[in-house]
Design a protein around this ligand. Structure first.
Ligand code: CMP
Length: 137
């Protein structure tokens, strides 16, 4: 059993597809162990994406992530990290396989509908940024 962090990004929240995205996870063996809709502050977004600080897209990424509320979730299941990444599809929706969340709901590499942790180690760190132990059920 593994846990991973999923974020439904501002573009998907504004499109009104929160339920459709959550259904992808639940229909594919990932349990929602925690879920909340929040507005990220600039500091929250900068801290979350600190690993990308030196990348040219960092400023735009932070501005986008604070442009509207997001939904943060803890997904739980066998191989949750890899399974979530399979369901999301490639970072760039133009390269995402048919039937993946990004192929179906994302518009661009910046507005790409969802974020998912890239390793179990990073998942633990990312989950701790948004949820206390007692909020994960
Ligand atoms: P995410 O998985 O949330 O991790 C970092 C985000 O930066 C990524 O999704 C994209 O939305 C965004 N991004 C913008 N440009 C790039 C790029 N050239 N390479 C990777 N990520 C990018």
């Amino acid at each position: 059993m593994e846990r991973t962090l999923s974020i439904i990004k501002p573009d998907a929240v504004k499109k009104g597809v929160i339920g459709k995205i959550v259904d992808r996870f639940e229909s594919n063996g990932l349990r929602i162990a925690a879920l909340k809709k929040i507005q990220l502050s600039r500091l929250d977004a900068e801290a979350f994406y600190a690993v990308h600080k030196s990348r040219p897209f960092f400023g735009e990424l932070v501005a986008f992530m604070i442009s509207a509320p997001v939904v943060v979730m803890v997904l739980e299941g066998a191989n949750a990290v890899a399974k979530n990444r399979d369901l999301m599809g490639a970072t760039n929706p133009k390269e995402a396989a048919k039937g993946t969340i990004r192929a179906d709901f994302a518009d661009s590499i910046d507005a790409n509908a969802v974020h998912g942790s890239d390793s179990a180690e990073n998942a633990a760190k990312e989950i701790a940024q948004f949820f206390g132990a007692f909020e994960i059920l």
